[in-house]
Write a protein that binds this ligand. Structure first.
Ligand code: PLP
Length: 262
């Protein structure tokens, strides 16, 4: 898949470009929904703004985006501060260390990478102190790659059973990253595994916990994810252009010794 150029080039007209890219992605989402016999409103598009410069994020707000996904807490935090004058929500979609929990409790409206009770407890404590709640997704490692974050599929039910202890966390569903390959069969197997897990959890989850959402699919595979039941797709490069940083900076193990900027 080819991605549009970065809209934060000095010579670009960011709002118009972002608007056009957004419309193109939304049209493909709608078509994928139609092909799967699902209504278009069944899929939420979460634009992912990681590495996108603040002026271009502002342009994206002008183009109509109200919630942004960010992988790294530090970057998200700086952007949340820089855009504090705008009505914008922040979804943290990357792995969280307990020492960063306090920031997330302050500025985020959603956290999609919950995969430890330690982080759940720390988040809950900070949220209670802030008087806030947080929508959370449980991240599942559906590819079986040892380097990936997320719970093993077999551990998810036990994990979810513990969540009612954390009153400020609002569990919404499951999130995954598919295996990094262009192979449709392998990618869709990851998505299908997540959906099957969600369907089974609906029967067994504790009272009051509703896991309806399936956050799966990115720029290269969101149409397959929609075919497999995604309710949230996290799309960066197809909206904001190709990222200059390698994906290994976000997903350990993908590239050798990628340096973290967090
Ligand atoms: C960056 C990122 C995405 C979006 O990837 P694109 O290739 O830019 O669409 C989705 N999910 C997570 C967790 C990410 O870090």
């Amino acid at each position: 898949m080819t991605f549009p150029p970065r809209p934060d080039r000095a010579d670009a007209a960011p709002v118009a470009e972002i608007r056009a890219n957004l419309a193109a992605v939304r049209a493909r989402i709608d078509a994928a929904c139609a092909a799967a016999g699902r209504p278009a409103h069944a899929v939420r598009l979460l634009p992912v703004s990681k590495t996108v410069a603040i002026p271009a994020v502002r342009a994206a707000v002008e183009a109509g985006i109200t919630t942004f996904g960010e992988n790294k807490v530090q970057e998200a935090r700086l952007k949340a501060e820089a855009l504090a004058d705008l009505p914008v929500n922040w979804s943290v979609i990357g792995h969280l260390q307990t020492n960063k929990v306090k920031y997330v409790a302050r500025f985020a409206s959603e956290f999609q990478a919950l995969d430890s009770l330690k982080v759940a407890a720390a988040l809950d404590e900070r949220l209670q102190a802030e008087g806030r709640g947080l929508d959370v997704f449980v991240q599942v490692n559906t590819s079986g790659e040892a380097s990936k974050y997320g719970l093993a599929p077999d551990d998810v039910a036990r994990f979810v059973a513990e969540l009612p202890a954390f009153a400020s966390l609002r569990p919404r569903g499951l999130m995954t990253l598919a295996v990094f390959t262009q192979d449709e069969v392998q990618v869709r197997a990851c998505f299908r595994l997540l959906r099957g897990l969600r369907d089974r959890l609906r029967e067994t989850a504790p009272q009051g916990i509703r896991l309806d959402e399936l956050s799966m699919g990115m720029s290269g595979d969101y149409e397959w994810a929609i075919a497999e039941g995604a309710t949230v797709v996290r799309v960066g490069q197809a909206i904001f252009g190709r990222r200059p940083t390698p994906d290994g900076a976000y997903w350990p193990g993908l590239l050798p010794a990628a340096e973290s900027v967090d």
